[in-house]
Structures are given as C-alpha cells and as structure tokens.
Design a protein around this ligand. Structure first.
Ligand code: SF4
Length: 334
C-alpha cells in the first residue's frame, strides 16, 4: 500500500492519517484558531464556507473539488467540525457529516483501488466480501430510502446479505458518513468557541434563511386543520395528549419557528407551565441529539388528530405538504 500523501488526506480528511499529519506539522489547530493572524482568519473562513456549503450540498465536480493547498483543506475540515459543534444543533452535524461523505465519495469514484481499500479498512467496511451480516447491513442502510436497500428486496442467505461492487460504492459513502457523524459533536474549549462564535452565528443565520426560503415566512393562515385544532385546544386550556403536543411542536420547529416562538404558542394556555414546556420543546427541537418532524396524515388519523380536513387535505399526505402547498397557491413565498 502506497503512503498517503497530504493531497490524499485532503480528499479524505476524516482519516487518522490527516490528524497525524497536522500533529507532525507542529502547528496545532487550537493555536491557529486562537491566533488573530491572517492565516488563522483565512482558515476559519474556509471552514465556515465548508459548513455553509453543507447546508446546500453541491453536485460535486471538478469545479468545486480542486485542492489548491492540501494542508489548508485538512485544517479547514478540522475547524469546520469545531464550528458545527459550537452551533448546538444536531441537524447541522448531520448536514456536515453528509457533505463530507458525499465529497469523499466523489473522489473515491476515480481513486486508486489501493487507496479505496485503505479507506474501507479505516472505516471498518470489508468491501471485498461477497456479503455482510444482516445486522451490519441494517445498521448501514437505516437511513437509505430507495427500495433497493430494503431487506425484502435483497438476496439474504444464512443471515447474510449479498452485496455487489456497486452496492459497496454507496455503502462505503454511508459508512464514512456514519463514522464522521459519530465523532460529532466535539467538545470545543471555551476560548476556541468564543473565537468561532461570530462565524457560527453567520452559518446559523444562513441556515435559518434556508429554512425560511423553504417554508416562507410563518403564516398561521396556512396551518392545516389538524394543527389549527391543536392550537385552538391549547388556547382553550384543554389538556392535550402528548401526541398532539409533539405534533404541534415538531410542526412549528420544522417550518422555522425558534424555540421562544414555539413556547409563545403554548403560553396561550391558561395553565401554561414555562419550565415543563421549555423542556419538551427543547427535546423535540433536537437538544437531545434527535430532531423530530411531525407525523404524516396517516399516523395523525390513527391518533385521532386529523380533524376537519378541508379541500387541500384531499391531495396531501403530510401536514408540512399541506402548509407548503397552501402558501404556494396563496402566492406567498414557499
Ligand atoms: S389530512 Fe392531514 S393535513 Fe389535513 S387535517 Fe388531516 S392530518 Fe392534517
């Protein structure tokens, strides 16, 4: 196996070799970030750009994957992980891990087979085996939605799932994503977090804008009947079930309301309890590491929460689709 050069490590900066390369350079990432030097600033900017790109991952090609300075790329990757960790938002960490895995997958397509084998080994995926255990397979494909990955559509013999070279190309990308995501969030020392704060706020703003672009300004007039009914119940002081509270919170969080604004909706209840509400809202909005979206219409029907469906409901399978559709036809930004 040939020795990986800095240019290789810049393509796959999640490898332990990249960390060792930084350590051997004698310039620690912490000191670079803390210094107010032009170099520190430019690397933080490069890292912030990387995190911002993860909000809208590009289709990778030669125009956006050129590596001008391998060391800068490696440092930028390391700083990007710190920056995203400072944002206290699990969905940012998901996005960054996905972005980095997609970027690596782009390089892997034209990679020296020896390097591919090295990377697969580094993330503990045997891409030479004709099959893998059902457990490993299920863990790997749990977030992959295409029918081809469903276990019922696979060739399973004696508890092992057959995998082709094409499968492994995708599974390796997913394994890289999982490895990167599992390492996040990083524990960022206070002074570093302070130095990165402005950049983290800038990325947060870009993320918020992206959500607003997707859903437009919040417009209660376009809330679907089920959500309006839950709000009416809250306002009336009715003790709503957990499923309703969860649905309302996840709905409002997904369309871009921040935690304070969500709590304000619950504050309409006569028996409003701020600490209990804050705890629930933070949990559903992702502070526990999982960000939730509201259930679809079929599930809401089973909960008895689909009430007064109207004409838009006929063609919708999800309250969020209802909301987007309503905003679109009412001529507002959606
Ligand atoms: S059909 Fe869906 S969007 Fe409409 S009220 Fe029922 S659950 Fe809500």
């Amino acid at each position: 196996m040939r020795r990986l050069e800095p240019r290789d490590l810049a393509k796959y900066p999640f490898l332990k070799g990249a960390k060792a390369h930084v350590q051997s350079s004698g310039i620690s990432i912490d000191s670079l970030i803390r210094s107010q030097s032009g170099k520190g600033d430019s690397l933080i900017k490069l890292a912030a750009e990387r995190v911002k790109q993860s909000l809208r991952p590009p289709a990778f090609d030669e125009t956006n994957t050129e590596i001008q300075n391998p060391d800068d790329e490696i440092y930028a990757y390391a700083i990007a992980r710190m920056l995203a960790s400072c944002m206290d938002d699990p969905s940012m960490l998901d996005k960054l891990a996905r972005y980095e895995a997609e970027r690596s997958a782009y390089f892997l397509k034209a990679e020296d087979p020896e390097v591919v084998a090295h990377i697969a080994k580094a993330v503990d995926l045997d891409i030479t085996a004709p099959d893998m255990s059902v457990k490993q397979y299920v863990d790997l494909v749990s977030r992959m939605r295409e029918p081809r990955w469903r276990l019922v559509n696979r060739d399973v013999t004696n508890g092992r799932v057959r995998c082709t070279a094409d499968d492994y190309a995708v599974l390796l990308r997913e394994k890289i994503r999982q490895v990167i995501r599992l390492q996040l969030p990083l524990s960022v020392p206070g002074p570093i977090a302070v130095r990165l704060r402005t950049y983290a706020e800038d990325v947060s703003r870009a993320y918020q804008e992206q959500i607003l672009e997707q859903y437009g300004d919040v417009d209660e007039g376009c809330f679907p009947p089920c959500i309006r009914a839950i709000i009416a119940a809250v306002t009336d002081g009715t003790n709503i079930p957990h499923t309703a509270r969860f649905t309302l919170t996840a709905f409002m969080h997904t369309i871009g309301l921040d935690e304070t604004a969500i709590v304000e909706v619950f504050a309409r209840a006569p028996d409003f309890d701020i600490s209990r509400t804050m705890y629930q809202v933070e949990h559903i909005s992702g502070s526990g590491g999982t960000e939730y979206t509201p259930p679809g219409c079929a599930t809401l029907r089973t909960y008895g929460l689909c009430v007064n469906p109207d004409k838009y409901c006929k063609n919708t399978a999800h309250p969020l689709s209802y909301y987007k559709y309503c905003k679109k036809i009412s001529g507002k930004k959606a």
